[in-house]
Design a binder for this molecule. Structure first.
Ligand SMILES: [Zn+2]
Length: 243
């Protein structure tokens, strides 16, 4: 039975929670909710588990640990906090923000994109450029529908075009907006799909489509989106950032 208040955790294999929830269930749900758009959570469960995402760790750590005399930018920083120059563009600011905010992710310049999309969505349709032009979009989000997961399959399962309200949120923008330090949006495997009618019916249809698209986490109605959008992410699927 569909339950709009039940967060989805595919890895546990548990069905949606029953409508009558005990105190322990409530605490469990509250803990799960911390993983989506909400508050910071533990590294072991929120960090990407894909091998590719961490494949550049040694190189990235070494390079980011060495500081350059030439700051690459000033957004989100102060004069006392020079930004190491690695990519020579806005990506240096982003990489620096991940470091300074202690977000557990290993990235390289090539992990960011200005153009990747899916078969049904262009880059611009997925990523609403705001503070800077680069996005981090993990393969599980962009997977072709014949992989049986991802955004394209969700839209295919829904059966009509969907507007992506938000996908990648860089740490600079995320912090400025007061977002969670480890939001899946900053890891690039989450999307908030617009609920055009703001109706429960449309939201439930998207929820069902997200489940068919094997989303690892589908935010319940009590999450930040409420009825305005549906958050789904593929945090536990393998896959890095490069095609
Ligand atoms: Zn979201």
């Amino acid at each position: 039975m569909f339950n709009a208040n039940a967060p989805k955790q595919r890895l546990t294999g548990e069905p949606p929670m029953p409508r009558s929830l005990g105190r322990s269930s409530f605490i469990a749900i509250a803990a799960v909710l911390q993983f989506a758009c909400g508050t910071p959570t533990s590294e072991s469960t929120s960090a990407p588990r894909d091998g590719q995402g961490a494949s550049t760790s040694g190189q990235a750590t070494t390079q980011r640990g060495s500081r350059s005399d030439r700051p690459a930018g000033t957004a989100g920083t102060t004069a006392a906090d020079p930004i190491p120059s690695r990519c020579g563009d806005e990506r240096d600011v982003l990489l620096h923000a991940y470091d300074t905010q202690g977000i557990p992710i290993d990235l390289d310049c090539a992990d960011f994109t200005k153009s990747r999309g899916t078969r049904s969505l262009t880059f611009e349709a997925i990523f609403r450029v705001t503070t800077q032009p680069w996005a981090l979009l993990r393969d599980p989000l962009l997977a072709p529908s014949d992989k049986w997961y991802g955004l394209d399959l969700l839209i295919e399962a829904y059966g009509a075009p969907r507007v992506v309200n938000s996908s990648y949120r860089d740490p600079v923008r995320n912090k400025r907006a007061g977002g969670a330090r480890r939001s899946r949006h900053s890891f690039g495997d989450a999307a908030d799909l617009d609920n055009a009618t703001k109706s429960l019916e449309e939201w439930q249809r998207m929820w069902t489509a997200a489940e068919k698209a094997s989303a690892d986490y589908i935010e319940p109605l009590s999450g930040p989106c409420k009825l305005n959008c549906l958050h789904a992410d593929w945090r536990n699927h393998d896959g890095g950032y490069r095609p």
